[in-house]
Design a protein around this ligand. Structure first.
Ligand code: UDP
Length: 403
C-alpha cells in the first residue's frame, strides 16, 4: 500500500475553518486526505503541536492519521514559525526512520521548506501545493517577508510536482517563480455534495433565524484580501433597501482585527447597522444551511488561488458574484452561473447583485447552472489525480536534485 507523508506545519485539518489561520487549506487537506485514504493511499498528516491538549496521534479514519509534532513552544505566532522549520524537520526525520513514507506532499511554503530538506536526506519525491504565493500577494500590495519568497523559489525548483489549484496559479508559478511547466499539474479542489446541495430556502432561513428581505451572503475570513469592504459598499448601492448582507467568519491574520474595526466603522458611516449581520465562524458542514438561505453569494477577493466558498455556494444552487481573480475565473461562468467583476468597484457588484435578486427567473437559471458546474468537482477527482501523481513519482524513483 502506498504511504504518503502530508506536511501541514502551521495549521491542522482538525481545526475550525473561517477565522485565524484556518480556512480553505484546512478543508482542502481534510477532504483530499480522506478521499485519498478511501482510494487506498494511507496518509499521515504532520502538524505542529499548537496546544498542550492534543493527543500525539489522532486517527481521523482508518488510514488517515494526524501526527502532532512538538516543535517550538505551543503558542507561537505564525510570523515566528520560520524559526522552527529545522526543529520540525529533525523531528520528522526521526519519526520517518521508524515509519517511512513513499512520497511527501507539502502544503504552504513553511511545509515546503520542511519537505525540501527531508526529500534530500531521504531521497523521496516531493509534491507541493502552495495555496498562496508571496509574489502574487506582493502584486496585490500585501508584502510578505523576503525569507518566504526565497524559500518558495527554492521549493519550486526542487519539487517533483507542483500542484496548482487553477490555470492562473500555474501561470504564476511559471512566470513569477520560473517553475518548469512540465512539473506543474493543475488539479482543482472539490466540494462534498453530500453536504453542499440545494435545499428549500424558506426552511434554511427559518433554521438560521433570518426573516428579512433578499439575503446577500459573504463567507470567509475577515482580512483585507477578502474585500469585505467592497461587499458592504455594494450593499449601500443596491436598489432593494430591504436586502441584508450576512458576513459569516472571523478575523484572520495580523491585520484581521483592524479590518473588522474598519468594516464596522464603514457600516456605521453608511448607516447600514440594521442591514448587516455578523455571524461567528460555523462548522464547515453547517454552512450549507447558510448557503441555501442566501439569494446570492458575494466574493470580492483581491486574489484567490481557488475560492472554495464559491464552489460550495454553487453546489447549493446559489449564484456567485465574484472578483475575476485566480480560480474564481474558472469556477464562475460570467452570465451563466453568476457574474465575474474585473474592477474593485462596488457599483459593479451592486449592479450584478441587483440583476440576480431583482429577477427570480434569472436567478433560478443561474442557480441551476451553478449546481451543474459544481457537480464537476468531486474531491475524489483531486484524490485520483494525486494518487496517480504519487504512484508515477514513486515508480520513476528519480526525485529532482537541486543541490
Ligand atoms: N469555512 C467554514 N466555516 C466558516 C467560514 C468558512 O467552514 O465559518 C470554510 C469554507 O467552507 C471554505 C473555507 O473555510 O471551505 C474557506 O476557503 P476559501 O478557499 O474560500 O478561502 P481561504 O480560507 O482559503 O482564503
Amino acid at each position: 500500500m502506498l504511504h504518503a507523508g502530508i506536511i501541514s506545519l502551521h495549521t491542522s485539518p482538525l481545526t475550525q475553518p473561517g477565522a485565524g489561520d484556518s480556512g480553505g487549506m484546512n478543508v482542502y487537506i481534510r477532504e483530499f486526505v480522506s478521499s485519498l485514504t478511501q482510494a487506498g493511499v494511507s496518509c499521515d498528516v504532520f502538524v505542529r503541536r499548537w496546544t498542550d491538549e492534543l493527543d500525539p496521534i489522532v486517527e481521523v479514519e482508518p488510514g488517515f492519521r494526524v501526527i502532532h509534532v512538538p516543535a517550538g513552544p505551543v503558542d507561537m505566532r505564525k510570523e515566528e514559525l520560520p524559526g522552527i522549520v529545522d526543529e520540525f524537520t529533525e523531528w520528522m526525520l526521526n519519526w520517518l526512520s521508524d515509519e517511512p513514507v513513499d512520497v511527501l506532499h507539502a502544503n504552504y511554503w513553511l511545509s515546503g521548506a520542511v519537505g525540501h530538506q527531508l526529500k534530500h536526506v531521504l531521497n523521496l519525491p516531493l509534491v507541493t501545493t502552495f495555496h498562496t504565493l508571496a509574489r502574487v500577494k506582493a502584486e496585490m500590495g500585501d508584502h510578505e517577508p523576503a525569507v518566504r519568497m526565497e524559500a518558495e523559489a527554492k521549493v519550486v525548483a526542487c519539487s517533483d510536482v507542483l500542484v496548482a489549484n487553477a490555470e492562473e496559479e500555474r501561470r504564476q508559478l511559471v512566470e513569477l517563480y520560473g517553475a518548469e511547466p512540465h512539473r506543474v499539474e493543475v488539479v482543482a479542489p472539490g466540494v462534498d455534495r453530500a453536504f453542499f446541495s440545494p435545499g428549500a430556502r424558506g426552511g434554511a432561513r427559518a433554521a438560521i433565524g433570518y426573516e428579512g428581505g433578499p439575503l446577500v451572503l459573504f463567507v470567509g475570513r475577515i482580512q483585507p484580501l477578502k474585500g469585505v469592504d467592497i461587499a458592504v459598499q455594494a450593499l449601500a448601492q443596491l436598489a432593494d433597501p430591504t436586502a441584508t448582507l450576512m458576513i459569516v467568519g472571523g478575523a484572520s491574520g495580523q491585520e484581521g482585527d483592524t479590518e473588522v474595526r474598519r468594516i464596522t466603522e464603514m457600516i456605521e458611516a453608511l448607516g447600514l447597522g440594521q442591514r448587516v449581520v455578523f455571524v461567528d465562524p460555523q462548522p464547515h458542514y453547517a454552512l450549507s444551511t447558510y448557503y441555501r438561505a442566501a439569494d446570492v453569494l458575494v466574493m470580492p477577493s483581491r486574489s484567490e488561488s481557488f475560492g472554495l466558498v464559491a464552489l460550495e455556494a454553487a453546489a447549493c444552487g446559489v449564484p456567485v458574484v465574484a472578483a475575476a481573480v485566480g480560480g474564481l475565473r474558472t469556477l464562475v461562468q460570467d452570465g451563466t452561473t453568476g457574474y465575474l467583476i474585473d474592477e474593485r468597484d462596488p457599483a459593479r457588484y451592486a449592479e450584478a447583485i441587483d440583476r440576480i435578486i431583482g429577477d427570480g427567473e434569472h436567478r433560478a437559471a443561474l442557480a441551476a447552472a451553478a449546481e451543474v458546474t459544481a457537480s464537476r468537482y468531486p474531491w475524489s477527482g483531486l484524490a485520483g489525480r494525486l494518487r496517480r501523481i504519487y504512484l508515477d513519482l514513486v515508480e520513476a524513483a528519480s526525485p529532482v536534485d537541486c543541490s
